[in-house]
Design a protein. Sequence first.
Length: 117
Amino acid sequence: MSNNREIGKIGEDIAVKYLEEQGYKIIERNRHFSRACEVDIIALEKSNNTLVFIEVKTRKTDFFGTPFEAITKTKYNHIKTGLFSYLQENPQYKKYRIDAISILLQPKQKIEHLKNI
């Protein structure tokens, strides 16, 4: 685990496994809508047929802050832009939301899922 890209990929893999265990269907990963807009995971919460756009933040430790602290207002607005673009392409989805998943890798792996941020 040397660089941020590798750590991010590990975190996204952990998040996908977690979401599938929670009953989500993964629709897409790393969907780019523009140069500035990328959504880590797009999933369907099967229990209530809600489309969920998920930002995953992973850190080795919380020494420099929690992963959630890395989600800026600008990043959130980019995700919203992607969400509305996706809904235009896929009008069958009537319910949607944006979630965030925080993953700490050390000292013990910890996953937190905030819904409807």
